[in-house]
Each structure stands twice: as C-alpha cells, then as structure tokens.
Design a protein around this ligand. Structure first.
Ligand code: ADE
Length: 216
C-alpha cells in the first residue's frame, strides 16, 4: 500500500514512521511512505502556497492550485489511491473506518492543511474529509499520523501473530473499553494483581475480564 503525504513539514513524520510497527510495515514491504512537499508546487519565485481569504478574516488559506498539482502528482504515482483531508469540517474518524480502509488496501494520499485552512474548491478532489476529535490542531500532520497508524497496524503481516485485535478497545463504533491487564511482579509495593488472573482457571479469567470490560 502506497501512503503519500502532501505536507509543508515532512520532517514531522520522520520519527513516527521510522519507529516500531510503522517502520516494520515499510521494512517488510507492506507499505511504502513518501512525501510530496507542497512548497515544490508553490507559485512564483517565492513558491507561494497560501493567500488571504476572500471576504476577509484572519490568517491565510492554502491555495487550490499548488494543492491540486500535488494531488495530481500523487495520483500519477498511484491512480487508484483515495485522497484524505483532515479537517474539522469532516466527519469523526472511527475504528470502523480504519478497518474498511485496511480491508480495501487502496493507496492513500493524505493532504495536511496548515494555516487557517484551504480553499474549499480542493474538496472536489478529496474522497474523505475527517476529523479526529473535538479540538482544534495547528495542522493536518498529527491527524494524518493517526490515520496512518490506525490503518497500518490492521494490515495483514504488520502485527504478526498477535491476537490483540480480538480484544482491543473500540472494536466497532461502540466504545468497548478493554479489560485491565497486569504483568510481573505479582505484588508491586503492596499493590497485588487480581488473584483470579493467577488462578489458571480460564473460565473464571474470561468471566472476570468480561465483567471488567466496559461498554458505553
Ligand atoms: N485540523 C485541525 N483540527 C483538526 C482535528 N481535530 N481533526 C482533523 N483535522 C484537524
């Protein structure tokens, strides 16, 4: 799966995509990350990518032309790819969508807006607009990383052999809080592990875990 990121700040991704499972996924050839630096498609000598909003208002907006050129470049690399735009104007991103995207296994092009936003006309070339929570961030890079992390970990071969996807939280759209887990030592400074977990009685353990998972 090709994952192409359109951003002014590719360096923000370096640590995240080069660490742990996201790195392993690319090392194993399951995904291929690449960056399209929006600045390269900026206009004029200064490679301008933003301009003031019509109608007035604070801040600058990303212009349609550099964004569209960047999207076209990404689509030329991967014609079947879907285009994602993190924006508070989208719909809330959920685990069920991560599953759909991972199952479809189509390439991803992720646009990372900056400044006060983008020219709305760009959305004609966007397949999915999403937001990750009820708070406002300074740009689309962090939502892009969250999208990537949540999808890549579900791709076959990434988590290799783990059954954790069976028990994890947020299984569907329901909030399904995972049960608490413990590892050694059995007693840490007067804080014991619940005895049932040490009992070896799998039926009792399953019952305890069910009782200690919460749904809302
Ligand atoms: N851009 C700014 N805030 C955002 C959020 N919460 N989710 C997605 N994109 C954003």
């Amino acid at each position: 799966m090709k994952i192409q990121i359109i951003t002014l700040f590719p360096e923000m991704f370096e640590g995240v995509l080069a660490t742990s499972m996201l790195w392993k996924a690319s090392d194993r050839g399951i995904v291929e990350y690449s960056y399209i630096n929006l600045r390269e498609y900026g206009l004029g000598l200064r490679h301008q990518v933003d301009d003031t909003p019509y109608g007035g208002g604070d801040g600058m907006l990303l212009m349609v032309e550099p964004l569209l050129k960047a999207i076209e470049t990404a689509k030329a690399n991967d014609p079947g790819a879907k285009v994602y735009l993190p924006t508070p104007r989208g719909t809330l991103y959920k685990q069920s969508q991560a599953k759909q995207i991972a199952a479809a296994a189509e390439g991803m092009v992720i646009i990372c807006p900056r400044y006060e936003g983008y020219d709305e006309r760009i959305t004609e070339w966007v397949d999915r607009q999403f937001y990750i929570g009820n708070y406002v961030l300074t740009g689309g890079e962090l939502p892009a990383m969250i999208l990537i992390d949540s999808v890549v970990r579900l791709l076959p071969g990434v988590l290799g052999g783990e059954t954790s996807t069976e028990i994890e939280s947020f299984q569907d759209d329901d909030v399904n809080i995972e049960f608490p887990q413990y590892t050694r030592p059995e007693n840490y400074d007067g804080r014991p592990v619940p005895p049932v977990l040490l009992s070896g009685n799998h039926a009792e353990i399953a019952k305890w875990r069910a009782a200690n998972s919460q749904s809302a």
